[in-house]
Design a protein around this ligand. Structure first.
Ligand SMILES: *[C@@H]1O[C@H](CO)[C@@H](O)[C@H](O)[C@H]1NC(C)=O
Ligand SMILES: *[C@@H]1O[C@H](CO)[C@@H](O)[C@H](O)[C@H]1NC(C)=O
Ligand SMILES: *[C@@H]1O[C@H](CO)[C@@H](O)[C@H](O)[C@H]1NC(C)=O
Ligand SMILES: *[C@@H]1O[C@H](CO)[C@@H](O)[C@H](O)[C@H]1NC(C)=O
Length: 800
């Protein structure tokens, strides 16, 4: 072991010293290329026969040392991705030379797959990247990925990196989509072009991928169309022109003439010669082409050109040509070499007819004209049906149907709906039919109450256009009428706000109250919350607000009527009344309207008493009358009263020892009782007679002074007055002490004299001051005091 290490050290040392040009070793084969695990036998030959040793080192193994032969064979197995093999020769003690065997271990890819980064088609002019994934390949530095479009190689991709072990790599192809790529097949191929050894063929290791078929969208290209075109009227359509523009998706074409878009499937007419524009377009753009089109008249004349024919009626058409020369002409079926042909039928039995008359002109263009035939049939029947039996209810929706049986052409049919004489709807039909069909027109309606009794009907009309010289047929079939019955709730009642009637004659049934409704509503009357019997006469206490409630099965309505029950006058009075004076009137008569009352006293009409006075006592006869009659009554009125004669209290003076008499007099009905209340003394006497009572004092003493109160009473009440008796002494100052009953008024004058004098003096002073301020000068002021004072009695005497 130690010896081997020593030897290796020597070899390494010696190897570095071997000059290249004196290396005697050559290898056969000079290099190996193979897949992992493969084995090769490699001869190492020396041109120098004189050497010590020659041997192989393969991987970590030394082969057996050969000393005699000029060559040594080494078995090289590609056991790993980086296996190495070296042949060494030791020429002498100091010089050692060696030669490496170049080894390439390769591995073809597990898979190669092409992917387009985006799904969906490409758009011309846009940039795209295709990817080619090469899985598990070595050596990548030799790998070439080649891109093909169909059979052309368009790109080669080599990889910049180096790897001794298998790797995954991706090659990309950048491309700008072109419209001629549409449908092209793209593919990528991975190759390992490993160099050939001597006497070996070159291994090209190819793995082709699945194809990617490109779809490229592009705008329409320059159209391929004729510049001029000539055609015959009614025979040429724009669709018939051989005009095409390439594009993906395939472009659509629109035709324009004089700025208007044309229907390309409609035959052109003679006035439409001129320059046409074909515009091809798809989502990616458009291209246009101008085409000059000349329309020649088809030299055929049809007579008549169009006809409206009842099915089963005879019809005939004449076709003639104005072409001076032609090859042949005729109706579809027959062919005649005459300048006119006639087609006729006794009874038209076809619902639709394609009957062209054609002519082949000398230049072999053929054109034709067809008469326009409208075959019609009036309906077998027209019947209106209401979908539900029974009447309609206001506010609900209904559908009426009108069945039109066996009519043609339905595209011309009009069904008109009438309510009474008003046309309310017209129904036309969306379908087209050349043979008789049954159709139904419907009328949607919301029942209204004023439709009640209305007559609905539908009419089917065929307003076919007139042919030349023909009148326009209007084929009308009226249906049986449908008379609508509409049920509806009572409407707002038609009632007076107020109604007046006479007691015992007026019933609620008599009120002119009505509410419209179907079925006719019934009415209920309510008064003070109670339902009333409408056929019972009302009485005087039943005036007031009534509620009328009209109802049927569909609802109700209410209204209010103020009913006044009037009645004739009557007296509900006594024959005798006692009233107090100023009391209220008596005996008001009843009656509505309020009766006019007249009072008669002693055969004469008198004022109607508002307040009774004592003169009004007596017998009266009364009459009361209103529009419903007159009543009379007799009564006696006794007016009760009480009245004190001279009612004021007063003071009665008397000298000590003198005599005095004072009285109290009352009136009344009944006659009042009069009496005095006082402190009795022997010298005081009360004398009463009738309604008069006197107090007499004889030889007055001071004990007689005091208040004497007179009372008068009867049934009406009582009245009082007081007399204050004052005893005067002769020694007293008599100016203010002694007053008789009759002088009572002058006491006040005297009491007011002093303040009055003071006020006059004050006014006088003020006047003087005022006038002095106003004017300069002196005035004499004469007070009036003396003159006024002359009237004031300074003394008085007693009458008593
Ligand atoms: C006719 O009816 C069809 C289908 O029922 C509808 O699509 C079309 O719009 C109708 N045309 C007219 C003109 O009402
Ligand atoms: C008062 O009356 C009595 C009796 O009637 C009589 O005697 C007397 O003189 C009278 N006195 C005066 C002052 O008249
Ligand atoms: C009361 O006095 C008056 C006069 O003063 C006299 O007329 C009258 O008769 C007297 N009445 C009675 C009942 O004395
Ligand atoms: C009159 O005198 C009576 C009894 O003294 C008294 O009740 C009444 O108020 C007096 N009437 C007046 C008006 O002074």
């Amino acid at each position: 072991m130690l010896g081997l290490l020593l030897l290796m050290a020597l070899l390494c040392d010696a190897n570095s010293t071997c000059p290249d040009d004196s290396n005697p070793l050559s290898l056969e084969p000079s290099s190996v290329t193979g897949e992992l695990g493969k084995s090769f036998l490699v001869n190492c030959t020396s041109s120098e026969v004189d050497f010590h040793q020659m041997y192989w080192k393969i991987g970590n193994n030394d082969s057996g040392i050969e000393e005699e032969k000029e060559f040594v064979a080494g078995s090289v197995t590609l056991s790993d991705w980086s296996v190495k093999a070296e042949c060494t020769i030791r020429l002498d003690e100091t010089l050692t030379c060696s030669k490496d065997l170049p080894i390439t271990v390769y591995k073809t890819p597990d898979s190669v797959s092409l992917s387009a980064p985006k799904y969906g088609p490409m758009v011309a002019g846009s940039d795209y990247v295709l990817s080619c994934d090469v899985i598990n390949v070595v050596p990548v530095q030799h790998l070439e990925v080649k891109w093909y479009r169909d059979d052309d190689m368009v790109d080669t991709h080599i990889f910049n990196k180096t790897s001794m072990t298998p790797v995954n790599v991706t090659a990309t192809l950048n491309l700008t989509a072109e419209r001629n790529y549409n449908g092209a097949v793209f593919r990528c191929e991975a190759e390992l072009p490993l160099g050939p050894g001597p006497g070996e063929s070159q291994p090209i290791l190819t793995a082709a991928t699945s194809n990617y078929i490109a779809v490229v969208l592009y705008k329409p290209q320059i159209p391929d169309c004729p510049d001029h075109y000539t055609g015959v009227e009614d025979a040429l359509t724009l669709d018939m022109l051989r005009c095409h523009a390439d594009g993906n998706p395939p472009p659509t074409v629109e035709w324009y003439y004089q700025g208007e878009q044309m229907n390309a499937s409609e035959p052109l007419i003679r006035t439409q010669s001129g320059m046409y524009t074909a515009r091809f377009q798809n989502s990616y753009g458009y291209s246009t082409k101008f085409i000059s089109i000349t329309i020649k008249d088809c030299p055929l004349t049809l007579s008549p050109a169009k006809a409206v024919v009842r099915f089963g009626d005879p019809v005939s058409f004449k076709c003639s040509t104005t072409a001076p020369t032609y090859i042949k002409m005729g109706w579809e079926t027959s062919s005649e070499r005459v300048p006119y042909v006639t087609w006729s039928v006794e009874s038209l039995a076809a619902w639709s007819m394609d009957l062209p008359c054609y002519v082949t002109l000398e230049d072999f263009t053929q054109c034709s004209k067809k008469p326009e035939i409208t075959v019609y049939k009036t309906p077998d029947s027209v019947s209106l049906s209401a979908p539900k039996h029974g009447p309609m209810v206001a506010g609900s929706d209904y559908v009426l149907s009108c069945d039109v049986i066996s009519v043609v052409p339905v595209q011309h049919l009009e069904v008109k709906w009438y309510r009474d004489d008003d046309m309310v709807d017209t129904h036309i039909f969306n379908k087209t039919s050349m043979t008789p069909v049954n159709v139904t027109a419907t009328l949607n309606l919301t029942a209204e109450r004023n439709y009640n009794g209305a007559v609905f009907r539908c009419e089917a009309e065929l307003p076919l256009g007139p042919g030349p010289g023909e009148s326009q047929p209007i084929l009308t079939a009226a249906t049986s009428n449908y008379i609508a019955v509409v049920l509806y709730k009572p409407q707002i009642p038609d009632c007076p706000d107020r109604y007046t009637g006479v007691e015992d004659a007026l019933t609620l049934d008599m009120l002119p109250c009505h509410a419209d409704g179907n079925p006719p509503p019934t009415v209920e009357w309510y008064y003070q919350g109670e339902q009333m019997n409408a056929s019972e006469p009302l009485i005087r206490t039943q005036s007031g607000m009534y509620t009328a409630r009209f109802h049927n099965n569909y609802g109700y309505s209410t209204t209010f009527v103020h009913v006044t029950v009037e009645y004739g006058p009557s007296f509900n009075c006594a024959a005798h009344y006692e009233v107090h004076e100023y009391g209220k009137p008596v005996c008001e008569p009843e009656g509505l309207p309020k009766p006019v009352t007249k009072w008669f006293k002693d055969g004469r009409e008198t004022r109607t008493p508002l307040r009774w006075t004592k003169q009004d006592t007596g017998s009266y006869s009364l009459t009361a009358s209103n529009t419903h009659g007159t009543a009379s009554h007799k009564l006696y009125v006794n007016v009760l009263y009480i009245q004190m004669f001279r009612e004021e209290n007063y003071t009665q003076g008397v000298f000590l020892g003198g005599n005095v008499t004072f009285g109290c007099h009352a009136e009344g009905n009944p006659t009042p009782e009069v009496y005095w209340s006082y402190s009795p003394e022997a010298n005081v006497m009360e004398s009463t007679g009738g309604s008069q009572s006197n107090i007499s004092v004889t030889g007055a003493t001071s004990t007689n002074a005091g208040v004497y109160v007179c009372f008068a009473t009867n049934r009406v009440g009582h009245v009082t007055k007081s007399v204050t008796l004052k005893i005067n002494d002769f020694n007293d100052d008599n100016t203010l002490n002694i007053y008789g009953e009759q002088h009572g008024g002058k006491i006040n004058s005297l009491i007011w004299l002093v303040p009055a004098l003071l006020i006059c003096a004050l006014v006088a002073i003020l006047l003087i001051l005022f006038t002095r301020r106003k004017r300069q000068g002196n005035y004499n002021f004469v007070p009036q005091r003396d003159k006024e004072g002359a009237d004031i009695p300074m003394t008085t005497t007693s009458d008593a």
